[in-house]
Design a protein around this ligand. Structure first.
Ligand code: NAD
Length: 500
């Protein structure tokens, strides 16, 4: 089981207890606003439940409608701005975020829980997304077509209109910037709905745009637990870009109807296949990083480890060693490599996953119960947990856990592994560990996943390469997430026959 990093933790925690609660507001048009009925919700530090990090408006239908109306009002002028004007604003917002990255990373640790090194990486990568999308404002090219009818037939790219951006908490800046950046670069106006777990991070991102001089109403923000549903239900929203759970994605898909655009980036049950010829030390590192980084709270995190029977026990032993080396604690305490889970409900969910897997015939070889030693009891800590003899088709083998609980299954060679890996309803990320490049190529060709890694962890992204899944991991618009076709979702094509 992981250990509490104790050095300095006592004094640091007592500092956190008295740290200020951030009062976050909606941003609607040119005003900062509370919910009209005054309702709020609060967010507590996942490493210390006594610490209230932020309080934000619980926006009602009217608040959300006001934000959508502000976005609609601003659309006409914003879509007619020059590419340079849009690119300049994105670049300024990017620079402000880069300057503020250290402070934002510290706040991210307190609000979201990830270790400081991970928060720092996210806070410094987000400005780069905006830089990239600033350039996209200049690259909205159309096409000309030879025609028998008129001398000139051409297509243009227009903004979609008012775009709703709805995001999860696990990358509260990065994922939102990947949506807001291209939406604004294309000339859309936005209503952004951050996760209720990370309202402060949503505010920090939006404030950078406001401070960069973004005209009123171009980027609005509404907070709340129910605000996402209100936003999707507002038919004056032209497009919804959503990243989150499969269950919420299903609801949005059902609500959106014909005539409005939707992009869903959902969860996965990401497999790692380890063949008998793999370098087992390297494979163990791939499995541990894929499964336990960000406390298993990554959409591309690995949950199913499909290992050739010949090397199964040796690999399990190595991964257990790696799992036991994680040090649990608050993300800003020295030496901590694993932060808390997002909330107490997630801890209870991990306990249920373990109990269900055991009832289904699996056995725990590492972890298995909440970590409550000393000051860990103040937070939502659960150690790396490994189950073996997980049966194919059982809940742990087929459904997303979104935490540090993983299952090993024995397979007999590549064909069996592929069949088993492809038997689930998700298809986000997958990895294979092998020295046999023919096997790797076969896996890359036949695994049902939007992203495939060979001898690399399932997690991570290149911000200029397409990101997303197949099957129930999304709407299949993944080529429009990052990569060269990112602007397709945020633009509509118009074909013009120009007569004389
Ligand atoms: P979630 O689905 O609970 O919430 C996501 C967002 O949707 C939040 O802002 C939430 O307030 C909002 N929401 C909730 N109900 C809504 C409704 N009915 N209509 C509209 N919006 C609604 O997900 P989460 O717990 O925040 O995030 C974890 C999930 O996100 C995991 O399943 C993970 O795999 C997935 N995820 C996917 C990717 C990807 O790129 N594929 C990346 C990160 C996370």
């Amino acid at each position: 089981m992981g250990q509490l990093a104790t050095a300095g933790a006592g004094s640091r925690l007592s500092t956190l207890v008295v740290a200020a609660t951030h009062q976050v507001q909606n941003r609607i048009g040119d005003a900062l606003a509370n919910a009209t009925d005054g309702a709020t919700f609060e967010r507590r530090n996942p490493a210390d439940r006594h610490d209230v990090v932020s309080a934000a408006p619980e926006s009602n239908v009217g608040d959300v409608a006001a934000a959508v109306a502000a976005a609609r009002d601003a659309l006409g002028a914003w879509r007619r701005t020059t590419p340079t004007a849009r690119a300049d604003l994105l670049t300024k917002a990017s620079r402000l975020l880069a300057e503020r990255a250290p402070a934002i990373a510290a706040e991210m640790v307190r609000e979201e829980g990830k270790p400081l090194a991970d928060a720092t990486m996210e806070a410094s990568r987000t400005p780069k997304n905006l830089e990239l999308y600033a350039g996209e404002a200049y690259r909205l090219t159309g096409t000309t077509f030879p025609s028998d009818d008129t001398p000139l037939v051409y297509s243009t790219r227009d903004p979609v209109g008012v775009v709703a951006v709805i995001t999860p908490w696990n990358f509260p800046l990065n994922l939102a910037s990947r949506k807001i950046g291209p939406a604004l670069a294309a000339g859309n106006t936005v209503v952004f709905k951050p996760s209720p777990m990370t309202p402060l991070m949503g505010e920090r991102l939006a404030a950078a745009f406001a401070d960069a001089g973004m005209p009123a109403g171009v980027l609005n923000v509404v907070h709340g637990v129910a605000a996402g549903a209100h936003l999707v239900g507002n038919t004056d929203v032209d497009a919804v870009t959503f990243t989150g759970s499969n269950a919420t994605g299903q609801k949005i898909h059902a609500a959106i109807g014909i005539g409005r655009r939707v992009q869903l980036e959902l969860g996965g049950k990401n497999p790692i296949v380890v063949l008998a010829d793999a370098d087992l030390d390297a494979a163990a590192a791939v499995v541990a990083r894929s499964s336990f980084s960000l406390t298993g709270q990554a959409c591309t995190g690995a949950g199913r480890i499909l290992v050739d029977r010949a090397v199964h026990d040796e690999l399990v032993e190595r991964v257990v060693t790696q799992a036991n080396a994680y040090r649990l604690g608050p993300g800003d305490a020295p030496g901590v490599t694993m932060g808390p889970l997002i909330d107490p409900a997630a801890v209870a969910a991990m306990e249920r996953w373990v109990a269900t897997a055991i009832a289904d015939g699996a056995a725990v070889v590492c972890g298995g119960a909440p970590a409550t030693d000393g000051e860990l009891a103040r937070g939502n800590f659960f150690p790396p947990t490994i189950l073996v003899d997980v049966g194919p088709g059982t809940a742990l083998a087929t459904e997303e856990v979104f935490g540090p609980v993983i299952g090993f299954e024995r397979v007999d060679g590549l064909e069996h592994a592929l069949e088993s890996a492809n038997s689930v309803r998700f298809g986000l990320s997958a990895a294979i560990c092998t020295r046999d490049m023919a096997a790797a190529q076969r896996f890359a060709a036949d695994i049902q996943a939007g992203m495939v890694r060979v001898n690399r962890p399932t997690v991570g992204a290149a911000f200029n390469a397409p990101f997303g899944g197949v099957k129930q991991s999304g709407t299949g618009t993944h080529k429009e997430q990052l990569g060269p076709t990112v602007m397709d979702f945020y633009t509509v094509s118009r074909t013009v026959w120009m007569g004389t």
